[in-house]
Write a protein that binds this ligand. Structure first.
Ligand code: GTP
Ligand code: MG
Length: 187
């Protein structure tokens, strides 16, 4: 727990594993699956370097939490997921930020908004990461972005930082790496 950590969270199939692979650039790092809910365990990855002079002694953690909010998951599994994830997030002293992934092809999802409300109430720092933006054209992107912000403003006074990403095109990678590097320096 002596290194800065970032937890990736979001609905099943949102693209968590793909985004982690895209950021880190090693296909063997996180499992990729097209079956929602396949990542059931909390997977930890130690990242060595990726910026700060690319030195081996610069290291930090990324954590891939199991996907949530998938309709086919049973109620008892959902309760189990919530308990495990919340316990994990609330107990990590080295947790710098939660990366809340949101699928840019879907309308704002109730489970996502509820989870953000929980993080806000609990005082857990988070940013929003839109995924799969390669699926949208320029107008669809802008519409999605402004709709999502409007939805957030119903619940929040201030909107957290938003990153726009695609694991396919690597859009947003530099911005995320800059964010990690800057935030790591606060550890
Ligand atoms: P679980 O571990 O099952 O909760 O899913 P996950 O959130 O880790 O999603 P995963 O990375 O396995 O991706 C789910 C599906 O979306 C796969 O079929 C990916 O190929 C696809 N996908 C992920 N990211 C992108 C993206 O940026 N663009 C496009 N077009 N497809 C993506
Ligand atoms: Mg996964």
């Amino acid at each position: 727990m002596e290194k800065p950590e970032y937890a990736f969270i979001g609905r099943s199939n949102v693209g968590k594993s793909s985004l982690i692979n895209m950021i880190v650039g090693r296909l063997s790092m996180a499992k990729i699956s097209s079956t929602p809910g396949k990542t059931q365990l909390i997977n930890h990855f130690e990242i060595n370097a990726l910026k700060k002079g690319e030195k081996g002694d610069y290291s930090w953690y990324i954590t891939d939490l199991p996907g949530f909010g998938y309709a086919k998951v049973s109620r008892s599994d959902r309760v189990k997921w919530e308990r495990t994830s919340k316990q994990f997030l609330e107990g990590r002293r080295n947790l710098m930020c939660i990366m809340m992934l949101v699928d840019s092809r879907l309308k704002p999802q109730k489970v996502d908004l509820e989870f953000m409300a929980y993080m806000g109430e609990t005082g857990l720092p988070f940013v929003i990461v839109f995924t799969k933006v390669d699926k949208l054209n320029k107008i669809e992107r802008e519409t999605f972005y402004s709709n999502y912000k409007a939805e957030m403003l119903k619940q929040w006074h201030k909107i957290p930082p938003i990153f726009i990403t695609s694991a396919e095109t690597k859009e947003g990678r530099d911005e995320l790496l800059n964010f990690f590097e800057q935030t790591n320096s606060l550890f």
